[in-house]
Write a protein that binds this ligand. Sequence first.
Ligand SMILES: [Fe+2]
Length: 232
Amino acid sequence: MTYKLPPLPYDRGALEPYIDARTMAVHHDKHHQAYITNLNKALENYPELQSLSIWQLISDLGAVPEDIRTAVRNHGGGHANHSMFWKSLHYSAGGEPDGKLARGIDDSFGSFADFKEGFTKAAMTLFGSGWAWLCLDSEGKLHIITTPNQDNPIYQGYMPLLGLDVWEHAYYLKYENRRAEYVDGWWNIVNWGYVSSNYAAANIELSARDIAAWAEDAWSKITSAFSGTSGE
Ligand SMILES: [Fe+2]
C-alpha cells in the first residue's frame, strides 16, 4: 500500500476570496502530491512501513531507518500537515470557537483575542518556510508554536490541533509577498468544528493515558500487597 492524495473536502474555488482557486489547485494537486510521491519513493524498499498510517509513521521517527529518516521527516510531515490543513478550512467557517475549546483557549491565553494576536504574531515572525500551530502538550495545556519546513508538532511532543501553512506556495500567487493579508484572510475560513474535534480526540487520548497510568499504579500496589501477604 502506498500513500494517496486525499481529495479536497470542497471545490477549489470554495475558499474565495481568501484563498483563490488557482492557489488551491497548485497547492493541493502539485505541492501536496509531490510530498506523497517523494514519501512513497523513500518507502519503496521498506514495505513494512507502507502499511502504517501517516501518523504512526511520523510519530516515531527514531524507528524509521536512518537512510530514509530525513525524507520521511520532510515528505511524511508534508503529507500529514497538508492533510490537516485542507480539513481545517471551510467556506462557511471563521468566527470563534465555542464550548470546551473556547474555554481551553481562554484558560491558556486569556481570551480568544489574545490567542488570535499571539498566533498571528507567530505566523508573521516565522522566518522562512514553515507552519504556525495551536497544539496541546502532554499535560493538556494549549500552546502556540511554529515549526520549520514541514516539521510536525509531534516531533516536539505536541499534539497538533490547527496548523497554518506559511510557506510562500500557500499564498504567493494571490498575495505575492503580503503574508499579513493572507494570515488576516485565513481567520475567516478556520473550521473551528474540526479544531474542536481534534481537541476532544486529543483529550480522550490524554485521559486514556491517565487511566492507563492509574491502572498500572493500582496494579503494582495490588501485586506488591499480594506478594507481601503471600509469604505469610
Ligand atoms: Fe503547503
